[in-house]
Design a protein around this ligand. Structure first.
Ligand code: FAD
Length: 504
């Protein structure tokens, strides 16, 4: 069988790789994305704060600053085209002392230089008028109305759906393990010896960008994971803010934030700790205490009793803390998209533009497709629909009337849609539909989703996974009703070599 030859292969289907793929799908190019996981957005892009930053946190001149402010401005149009959840609710930074007000002045000046629209310094009265839930000892602060919130995985899914609609090939479960370069063409090999060839390679491998760079015989750099623990509180939790609330920043992070999510839950975090282990997603009681005490300095009403879950994400940082996006100095026609820590989500659309510019500078001819279609349809969501609309949906497909996840109000039809779009793990369905993200954290809906997955995909119960690889949902035997087949080591899928932690 002949090995497919592409103009450009992107390694990594996080927000960076997906945004680049979507941008390149505007041109007459053969493009593929290779992703080691069984779904997209299963790397750093699945576990973050979901904030579209305004652009005042970083010094003018840094690459991440330029791309952050440019990226922020691109979200309204992207939202119209791709229909992901996004709200421009604004950002507030709180100051508790005159020393902290000096930092507010610096942030304000930076914001003005960076071109952040509408950014203003607030006195005590103004800041409390904007955010009535703040503690009285907040003496002033900064307000940036252009900051926003987003559902990060749905953003990535929509970017990739749009890219694929416009001709990009996605190869999931393709862990790039080896590369050869000969006569201007790279051959990339997966763990299972699948092969793909390409003239250009874009390394957007997140936490593993340094490993992939080594595989490509390209530049030598080291990614340092910076762990961030976050806590999610129920809908209608006490202290729910109108804007995203920040303290003044620390040396290595923006501090502990209070974040209203697009779906009405509240998130507190993230911590920032440099670690060595790229697989350490643990959360600790010590950090929980620290996170809540910092958050309660700003809004006293916040309570640990309302936590529904916690998670940790790892920021892929480089020494110097800036993004590294450039043509490799060592390997021909390789573009490095590395060190994409925060504000990578915000910057992603601008990262895609920047990478496209680098390809053009390198001599790649970019010719626009006559039929690029920027729009993808809005998925039907019964939780966002009125009674009349739901009645119409049920008339068309009665399974819209069968609620699978009660906490998040997700119907069977929505789960089936997720599966048909290629999200065939419990996490993929969760990220696409929100089934399992609510108060009971999948306690009531997991078995229902498993049954739908088995029916739709013909997969056995003992083959279903949380996120692919060895993360099987059922371990051992179920003997009570004899309905499930016996677990047999020889029945395990051949490709199950991606050792992953069982849960986070
Ligand atoms: C706690 C936390 C909070 C954050 N909050 C925000 C925020 O509020 N706003 C913001 O703008 N940014 C935020 N960020 C930053 C943002 O999440 C990241 O910058 C962004 O998600 C990075 O995306 P990426 O596509 O570069 O990396 P990833 O999402 O990790 O994508 C890389 C992909 O490459 C794949 N891959 C790796 N190796 C291989 C291989 N050998 N073969 C094939 N595929 C491979 C991985 O599986 C992965 O899917 C936060 C980050 C963290 C950790």
């Amino acid at each position: 069988m002949s090995i497919p030859l592409y103009d450009i292969v992107i390694i990594g289907a996080g927000v960076s790789g997906s945004a680049i793929a979507r941008k390149l799908s505007e041109y007459r190019l053969d493009v593929a994305v290779l992703e080691k996981h069984v779904d997209v957005s299963f790397g750093v892009s699945k576990a973050n704060s979901g904030i579209i930053h305004a652009g005042f946190h970083h010094k003018p001149g840094a690459l991440k600053t330029t791309l952050e402010t440019r990226g922020n401005r691109m979200f309204d149009e992207l939202h119209r085209e791709l229909n992901f959840p996004f709200k421009r609710i604004g950002i507030i930074v709180c100051a508790f002392s005159y020393e902290e007000m000096k930092v507010i002045n610096v942030l304000h000046e930076q914001g003005i230089k960076n071109g952040v629209e509408g950014i203003v310094i607030c006195n005590r009265d103004k800041i409390h008028e904007l955010e009535p839930g703040l503690n009285r000892d907040v003496i002033g602060g900064l307000y940036a109305p252009s900051g926003g919130i987003i559902e990060p995985y749905q953003f990535v899914f929509s970017l990739m759906e749009s890219a694929r609609k416009n001709g990009v090939d996605l190869h999931t479960d393709f862990n790039v393990e080896r590369a050869e370069y000969s006569a201007g063409v790279y051959t990339l090999y997966s763990t299972y010896n699948e092969k793909v060839r390409s003239r250009y390679v874009i390394n957007a491998a997140g936490l593993h960008a340094d490993d992939v760079s080594r595989i490509l015989h390209a530049d030598d750099f080291k990614i340092i994971p910076r762990k961030g623990e976050e806590y999610i509180l129920e809908r209608n939790a006490k202290g729910f803010p109108r804007q995203v609330i920040f303290p003044v920043p620390r040396s290595n992070s923006k501090g502990i934030l209070i974040i209203p999510t697009v779906y009405g839950t509240m998130m507190i975090g993230p911590t920032a700790e440099d670690i060595n282990d790229k697989e350490d997603y643990s959360t600790t009681y010590k950090n929980l205490e620290e996170v809540f005490s910092e958050a309660r300095r700003m809004v006293d009403a916040i309570s640990k009793k309302e936590i529904i879950t916690s998670f940790a994400g790892l920021r892929p940082t480089l020494k110097g803390n800036d993004f590294y996006i450039d043509l490799s100095k060592k390997a021909p026609n390789v573009i490095q998209v590395a060190g994409i820590q925060s504000p990578g989500l915000t910057a992603s659309p601008a990262i895609a533009l920047y990478v496209t510019g680098l390809l053009e500078d390198r001599g790649l001819r970019l010719v626009k497709k006559r039929r690029f279609d920027p729009v993808i349809g809005k998925p039907h969501r019964i939780r966002d629909s009125g009674a009349e609309e739901i009645t119409k949906l049920i008339e068309k497909d009665p399974s819209y009337g069968h609620v699978v996840c009660r906490c998040e109000c997700v119907s069977e039809a929505e789960v089936v849609e997720a599966i048909r779009k290629g999200h065939t793990t419990l996490d993929g369905i969760k990220f696409y539909t929100r089934a399992g993200m609510g108060r009971c954290q999948g306690g009531f809906c997991t078995y229902k989703i498993m049954k739908i997955l088995m029916r739709e995909t013909g997969t056995g119960a003992d083959e279903l996974t949380k996120r692919g690889g060895m993360s099987f949902l059922i371990q051992g035997h179920i003997s009570t009703d004899g309905w499930y087949p016996e677990k047999n080591a020889s029945q395990q899928p051949e490709k199950a070599e991606n050792h992953e932690p069982a849960d986070r």
